[in-house]
Design a protein around this ligand. Structure first.
Ligand SMILES: Nc1nc2c(ncn2[C@@H]2O[C@H](COP(=O)(O)OP(=O)(O)OP(=O)(O)O)[C@@H](O)[C@H]2O)c(=O)[nH]1
Ligand SMILES: [Mg+2]
Ligand SMILES: [Zn+2]
Length: 360
């Protein structure tokens, strides 16, 4: 594979000049597993790790390599290993800014040309969410394309497609089915060798199935949607990059829970507006509207004032947000721990230096 097929171009080459002078090689991150990476050098796939200096200078998680990043590495071909010394500046990336104790930016993937936002027309269509995705991608330099999948399962697919096109205006919207193969070619028309595309969307929307159908064979693992979606299993567990003939590189991602892109706590969703209106009259301030006595939300739902699908969607959204928040807390704790570890190392080095000075 050539570097160009991996997405390399003259702009990267320019940015890479100083690294070349240092004798380093460019390589692209094709998968990340915690602090270990799989890199492609054009010649081979090798394991990569960041250098100690890299760790010491990186201030935030977003400065670490992500899937799609180009890195400057010293490559040890005989050991099939590389040490990553630096990131090559990202041309594009998409991230979510998660509000925790402080705002943590989480880069999801780097050097992306297309984002395919996938929703399933079985039960997953949500125009509000499409708008939020679109807003979060605006200004990143990445082209969004909305993919309404499973058109075979919805007799109103054509109308929904038209409505969505109106709603999203400048953003291309396509309706496809991996079962009938309808309009898969239209999807392909956005892709080319050397380009990088990422698929995002809820668990079960069919992202991995679409990737397999582009590849013409099973490359990504897929799974049936479970009826009880409250626990929504995730088939795809890590961001992973695939090479597909004539389609370039394609990154599969796990479902929406991992990928909540918006910053707010969801209170602008219509489901929240309706439920919160009634929640003001719940007996307990911290009512979860599950089975508490004096719950005005339950009462309203029983009277038919809150449509059951709205309530269901409310609980689903709430769960997603709780999950996201717990992930953010985890990430923040990890960041603190790493900083402490680094500081510990720093102190040890300083002490060693002092000892050496004294020993002279
Ligand atoms: N009827 C129909 N089913 C589809 C279509 N595309 C995908 N599916 C089914 O939807 C289910 C979920 O597909 P996946 O590709 O695993 O979904 P995913 O978006 O990758 O899900 P996660 O990896 O959990 O995020 C599978 O059973 C697929 O066979 C389609 O066009 N029509
Ligand atoms: Mg998947
Ligand atoms: Zn309540």
């Amino acid at each position: 594979m050539t570097l160009e097929q991996l997405g390399w171009n003259s702009r990267f080459e320019e940015d890479f000049e100083p690294f070349r002078k240092d004798g380093l090689n460019p390589a692209r991150v094709i998968a990340e597993h915690r602090e270990r990476y799989i890199l492609h050098t054009g010649e081979a796939e090798i394991a990569g790790e960041v250098s100690g200096k890299f760790m010491f200078t990186a201030q935030t998680p977003s400065e670490y390599p992500k899937t799609g990043d180009w890195v400057a590495a010293s490559v040890f071909p005989e050991e099939s290993k590389a040490i990553i010394h630096s990131l090559v500046p990202r041309h594009t990336y998409f991230s979510r800014k998660a509000a925790g104790a402080k705002t943590v930016e989480q880069v999801m993937a780097a050097n992306i040309d297309n984002i395919f936002i996938v929703q399933g027309l079985d039960n997953n269509y949500n125009p509000m969410r499409l708008l939020r995705y679109a807003a979060s991608i605006e200004g990143t330099g990445i082209s969004p394309v909305v993919v309404l999948n499973k058109s075979d399962l919805n007799p109103d697919a054509v109308q929904i497609l038209e409505k969505t096109k109106e709603l999203l205006r400048a953003i291309p919207v396509i309706g496809i089915s991996t079962i009938t193969g309808n309009h898969i070619d239209e999807l392909k028309s956005f892709m080319r060798d050397g380009m990088t595309s990422v698929f995002v969307g809820s668990s079960g929307a069919g992202k991995s199935t679409i990737i397999n159908s582009l590849a013409g064979k099973q490359v990504a693992e897929t799974h049936e949607v479970r009826e009880d979606d409250s626990r929504g299993r995730h088939t795809t567990v890590a961001r992973q990059l695939y090479f597909i003939d004539n389609c370039g590189m394609v990154i599969d991602t796990p479902g929406i829970r991992e990928l909540q892109l918006w910053d707010d706590d969801g209170k602008s969703a219509p489901e929240f507006d309706i439920v919160l209106k009634y929640a003001q009259n719940c007996r307990f301030k911290d009512c979860l509207h599950e089975n508490e006595p004096g719950c005005a939300v339950k009462e309203a739902a029983d009277k038919g004032l809150i449509p059951p699908e709205i309530l269901k969607s409310y609980f689903k959204l709430k769960k997603e947000m709780e999950y996201t928040r717990s992930k953010i807390d985890e990430a923040a704790a990890l960041e603190r721990k790493q900083k402490e570890k680094k500081f510990g190392k720093y102190v040890k080095n300083v002490l060693k230096d002092i000892k050496e000075v004294k020993g002279r």
